[in-house]
Design a protein around this ligand. Sequence first.
Ligand code: DQQ
Length: 669
Amino acid sequence: MHMNLLDMNTFFFRSTFPLILLTLFHNIMTSSSDLENPLAASYAPLPDGELPAGNNPTIRRPRKAALFLVVSAFLVLALVALIAGNGPVLRKELNTEVAPPSTTSTPEKVTPLSRGVEKGVSEKSFRPLLGADNSYPWSSNMLDWQRTAFHFQPKKNWMNDPNGPVFYKGWYHLFYQYHPDAPVWGKIVWGHAVSKDLINWRHLPIAMETDQWYDEQGVWTGSATILPDGQLVVLYTGSTNESVQVQNLAYPADPSDPLLIKWVKYPGNPVLVPPPGIDTKDFRDPTTAWKTPEGKWRITIGSKINKTGISLVYDTEDFKTFELLDGLLHAVPGTGMWECVDFYPVSKQNENGLDTSVDGPGVKHVVKASMDDDRNDYYAIGTYDAHKGKWTPDNPTLDVGIGLRYDYGIYYASKTFYDQSKQRRVLWSWIKETDTEASDINKGWASLMGVPRTIVLDKKTQSNIIQWPVEEINRLRTNMTVFKNIVVEAGSIVPLSIPAASQLDIVAEFEIDEKTVNRLNGDDVGYDCVKNGGAAERGALGPFGFSVLATEGLKEHTPVYFYVAKGVDGNLQTFFCADQARSSTANDVDKSIYGSIVPVLKGEKLSMRILVDHSIVESFAQEGRTCITSRVYPTKTINNNARLFLFNNATATKVTASINVWQMNSAHI
Ligand code: DQQ
């Protein structure tokens, strides 16, 4: 490459100068004394105004802070100059888009390139590689039909993670990541809704806006904690005016208001800034606090070091000053950034949920983290050492991020809370859209919340949790149709005569033919819902199940099914899958096949439950051991065209099914 002197200067300014500054900055901030002192902050915030005296929450050394301010200012000026001088180049790089489609065939799922810093950590992640945005001629009738009847969603615009779920003075509160100006990711605030029953909702004004320097780029995910005297506190991540991730404290302006309409941000915010060694963009999503043996409060916050996903632990007495523990709650190499970490106890003996602070011999602890790299929620069950603030998985081969998932479909950034009114732990989760952004804009909204689920430890296996739709959802059931002992021969399909099939609750049990199973030589090893050919691929003992949101001639349908595999050792393995390959005739929506193994214990029948709600299908196998959430965008099974079929695509076994199907009323949302 040839360069003249001017080019050389520009080159030096663009590439080397910022590096020198950054190195200087880094050296100052990671001096050995800093590393010895875990409390020293590597990031010092630059508020618009003065911090109120006495409110500075973390211990910082004045000399270092001054030096930091000088270097930061210098760095900011240099970067401003850099951007001003080279803005177009920088902007062009940031706006790099996925290549436009050259054909209109079925899109492949890709990890899209980010569209730039003005987008962000939760921007839409499904963008078809092939098939132009809005290449399918969606009619407004089709798009309108996608709006659901009993899944929570705001009236319009973009939603992502559930935040600070809590039961307070007789009301369930759901806050959520919300972009009030458009149905795409943007400047996120906390939306807010309340309910008496977790099903019917009343929308309230925005709870927290981006009105402070420490959350100017977004009021991001956080959690609520109820203190012993009934007071409520919230910790949330703010993305600052410089896009640094910091933790902030907020509380109700009027604690006697059961609707919690007005919120106050603590004047001493931020209460936590990224500690040494943690990148300023990898420090987010504080959990609900729980009690330590010393009577302090403890929280954990997700992060990463290189490619190792980690969860930092802090103790506090007042939610204003925090002490970083030496060790981590947990770390798993190779898993990348941990978002929305959740940590809670589950009882080994009974079906009640437990308050987050409960500990002791009758308790196991769950760690859940949302993997930024693959956008799935993983959990593991293990043992918590409260004295060290450290958690160890029962089975290291099924550790967080490499083992079990809450859900094998679309399910992300989930969060639980303890519902003290019904002694249960309830799980909320963000269900994204897997259509195009253009469709979201035409619809005027994007994303749903999954139906809230209760969580308990599976007492039979002790190695997985069980998730089940909250009992209140049953109140929407109406018009039950019962099908008893229907025998479905291998390779056949049975239409189920029900009045309408777009809002359903289906509960079914299946038995495969024992004689056929015994006769079979085992060889069906290595089956995989995702890698095998979906519901069309036939084996001796599967697939069988339901086709939901189906047209009469099955031009569109979404099979949810079991596939039983007999290994060479004679043992059976059961898989639970959902196949979206033919869920829509549109070419610009996700067509993935989802699923995983489901434990079936001796003496258990195969059972599944499916909630169908226009553009979402939530499926639960074996009472909630394995779950799959699909987004489905029908073009034909709209209005009253949806049908329900029972199918058995196995080559050898017949299947006997007993089914209850309810129509579901619409909730008030
Ligand atoms: N969404 C929030 C972040 C969180 C991410 C921003 C997960 O706090 O890490 O909207 O979806």
